[in-house]
Design a protein around this ligand. Structure first.
Ligand SMILES: C[S@@+](CC[C@H](N)C(=O)[O-])C[C@H]1O[C@@H](n2cnc3c(N)ncnc32)[C@H](O)[C@@H]1O
Length: 209
């Protein structure tokens, strides 16, 4: 990987980057999921979690954060450390694992999850890897689990294919937020078929930046 992902996170504070708006849309989905499932426990998995600001930001503002247990998988040591520090201040049970989120084995102890975050992945891997990840997604899911994902819409816009691949994999669309004049989008899909057991030893994607 050649991208400085710590520096990439600076974009959240840059006006006009769209990242802050995208983050707000992701956080909205997370908050809605927590509201809809209260007071039940919620298991969350976040792949390529960065500094975890989407989930951790929501949990920081909730009195019921203690019903959440989460696994955040992030490759970058500095970002994982930042996520860990933010998580330590919360009553939720959060494991931040510095590891390769593309490996199915990483999730063995944390699935099935009720909420799966695939944010900041689909714009950085090949179309075939996006599809493979979506096809494998039911392996991370509890019955009725929700997946929140992001993808830019630069030409050629892959989001129509992504939405179709989710449907083909047994998900129904809960939301697709794609504001006019912006390049980001946030999707939310719910598993409506039986989950599948996690297949060990698989690798779902490789970042190309
Ligand atoms: C575009 S950022 C998204 C971060 C976060 N999900 C967000 O939306 O703010 C992509 C993140 O994926 C991480 N990453 C890239 N390849 C990875 C891999 N194989 N396993 C775990 N993390 C990876 C990068 O370090 C970076 O933090």
């Amino acid at each position: 990987m050649s991208t400085d992902w710590s520096q990439w996170h600076d974009g959240y504070a840059r006006p006009g980057s769209g990242l802050a708006d995208r983050l707000a849309a992701v956080r909205d989905r997370i908050a809605l999921h927590l509201d809809a499932t209260a007071p039940d426990p919620v298991r969350v998995v976040s792949a390529c979690a960065g500094d975890g600001r989407d989930l951790l930001g929501v949990l920081a503002g909730r009195a019921d954060a203690d019903r959440v247990s989460a696994l955040l998988v992030e490759h970058d040591a500095a970002l994982a450390a930042r996520a860990r520090e933010a998580a330590e201040a919360l009553p939720a049970t959060v494991e931040v694992r510095r590891d390769d989120a593309a490996r199915s084995d990483v999730y063995t102890h944390a699935v099935p999850a009720d909420l799966v975050l695939l944010c900041g992945i689909f714009g950085n891997v090949s179309d075939a890897d996006v599809r493979a990840t979506i096809e494998a997604a039911p392996e991370l899911c509890a019955p009725g689990a929700e997946i929140v994902w992001t993808r830019h819409r630069h030409d050629p816009d892959l989001t129509p294919s992504i939405r179709r691949w989710f449907a083909d994999a047994g998900f129904e669309e809960l939301a697709f937020v794609a504001p006019e004049g912006e390049h980001w989008s946030v999707g939310a899909h719910r598993l409506v078929v039986e989950p599948r057991p996690l297949v060990p030893g698989r690798r779902w994607f490789t970042f190309f930046r």
